[in-house]
Ligand binder design. Structure first.
Ligand code: NAD
Length: 494
């Protein structure tokens, strides 16, 4: 049994239930149908949201198309676009407290992490504003005395943005300000489970001076809303973050009219810990990486590979640290691990752990749902599973919960091979004091991001994305802006 500290329900005043409507052409639109979101931790209805149909998508796409084609945004000087994005960043910061509370109540994540997410999102808007003003192309003047050629990078057009529930405001901010910086217009669909912060942003966009129709929000389920946003012939690009299964569906739908698709999908991210590593730092980072966002994180460092001679001692360190994780009411700033997003997902996590046990793995910490006083049992114990072999489902599938698996290796080559024996390729990590080991690992491993002697260090400047089943395309950084541009070659005989 675990001994971690439980944080019972705190006696805090909670905000009133939010009512979320579609936002199209700068107007709020009622829904024909509605859904309710119950807080994973507190059980009450946090928000009631319109559930759209294909009809709202048709209207939103038509509005976004018209807003793109009339140039009210795309032909603005970059300086003017940047000024709007900067005002949005300021407004997000001014309203950060409420954004974080709503995010916590809808998702179950700890309030301190929701605050970090909102602050990070504001920084993304500010960074995208700076990037907006760097639009440059190449020119060629060696093609002949009477020839000049130049490359223009133009906004790709109307972009459908579809986001997941786990970092609703952060992921929106990895996409939307970059699309806007490039000059695109957008139709946005947040997850039906966590729509509120996306809807709250609408007021801030209007206040910041974004012309109406440039951003439109349609609420509802993936089918029909997301699917129609992916299929619509007047949409030029779909950018999606979510599960690999839905990413594949979107890719198939979008292929019918060959629109561009950028996909940020699941992960099963390995960290190799070598005997010569700073083991205390590595253990701290492993614990942070697996419990962050209740383990429901594409970048969860949930699969550690430990060099054989230190495996026992290192696992003992991680288990000891995990026992000190505070666990419970996500509204309490002391809490490090909050609630699981739905009861069904908690049961899926448990099924993974039980299947691993049945296949011969050993649960050395946790395992099973946990009842938090005053909040119920939509929680899962921080869990560590050893004796995991590469063929077990728990070593290959995205568990998406506070569950760490441990495998062992002997050599650098074996560590790289184990990392690459995976369908996913989002991120990977290496812990060693030997620079050769770190560099050889970074070059050998199939992943969009490799962290060496750190985990989940992210910066708006540093591009992010996955390979293999973790996706295609890149976000944030300079390449994050370029994703939303189309290249036009202009050749002039003069
Ligand atoms: P999900 O795939 O279930 O849903 C994501 C979004 O897609 C939601 O808005 C949903 O309504 C919509 N959707 C569902 N079916 C659709 C369809 N047929 N057509 C169009 N849209 C549809 O994912 P989730 O549970 O919200 O998020 C968790 C997943 O997201 C995990 O796999 C996680 O790894 C991944 N994720 C990846 C990253 C990354 O950057 N790579 C970041 C965060 C989350």
């Amino acid at each position: 049994m675990t001994e971690m500290t439980l944080v019972p329900r705190r006696d805090a005043a909670l905000p009133e239930m939010r009512v979320n409507r579609h936002w199209i052409g700068g107007q709020w639109m009622e829904g024909a149908h509605w859904t309710e979101r119950h807080s994973p931790s507190h059980g009450h209805v946090v928000s009631r949201s319109a559930a759209g149909t294909e009809a709202e998508v048709e209207t939103a796409v038509a509005v976004a198309r018209a807003a793109f084609d009339d140039g009210r945004w795309s032909r603005q000087p970059a300086k003017a676009r940047a000024a709007v994005l900067l005002r949005v960043a300021d407004l997000i910061e001014a309203h950060a407290g409420l954004f974080a509370v709503i995010e916590t109540l809808e998702s179950g994540k700890p309030i301190t992490q929701a605050r970090g997410e909102v602050a990070g999102a504001a920084d993304l808007w500010r960074y995208a504003a700076a990037l907006a003003r760097t639009g440059e192309g190449d020119s060629f003047n060696g093609l002949g005395p009477d020839i000049l050629a130049t490359i223009l990078k133009e906004p790709i057009g109307v972009v459908s943005i579809i986001t997941p529930w786990n970092f609703p405001f952060w992921i929106l901010s990895q996409k939307l300000p970059f699309a806007l910086a490039a000059g695109c217009t957008c139709v946005v669909k947040p997850s039906e489970m966590t729509p509120s912060t996306t809807v709250m942003l609408a007021d801030l966009l209007a206040e910041a001076g974004l012309p109406s129709g440039v951003v439109n929000i349609v609420l509802g389920l993936g089918q029909p809303v997301g699917a129609r946003m992916s299929a619509h012939p007047a949409v030029d690009m779909v950018t999606f973050t979510g599960s690999t299964a839905v990413g594949r569906t979107i890719s198939r739908i979008a292929a019918d009219n060959l629109k561009k698709v950028a996909l940020e999908l699941g992960g099963k991210n390995p960290q190799a810990i070598f005997a010569d590593a700073d083991l205390d730092s590595a253990a701290d980072a492993v614990v942070f990486g697996v419990y962050f966002n209740v383990g429901q994180c594409c970048n969860s460092g949930s699969r550690i590979l430990v060099q054989e001679e230190i495996a026992e001692a290192f696992v003992a360190k991680v288990v000891a640290l995990s026992r000190h994780v505070t666990f419970g009411d996500p509204m309490d700033p002391e809490t490090q691990v909050g609630a699981i997003v739905t009861p069904e997902h908690r049961d899926r996590i448990d099924a993974h752990v039980k299947a691993a046990q049945a296949a011969g793995a050993r649960v050395v910490l946790g395992g099973g749902a946990l009842d938090v006083p005053g909040l119920g049992a939509q929680f899962y114990r921080p869990t560590i599973v050893t004796g995991v072999t590469p063929d077990m489902a728990i070593a290959r599938d995205e568990v998406f919960g506070p569950v760490l698996t441990v495998q062992t290796f002997r050599t650098l080559d074996e560590a790289i091979a184990l990392c690459n024996d995976a369908d996913y390729g989002l991120s990977a990590g290496v812990w060693s004091e030997n620079v050769h080991t770190c560099l050889a690992f970074a070059r050998g491993v199939q992943a969009g991001t490799v962290w060496t002697n750190t985990w989940m260090d992210g910066f708006p400047e540093v591009t992010f994305g996955g390979v293999k089943q973790s996706g295609q395309g890149r976000e944030i950084g300079r390449y994050g802006l370029e994703e939303f541009t189309e290249i036009k070659s202009v050749v002039m005989r003069i």
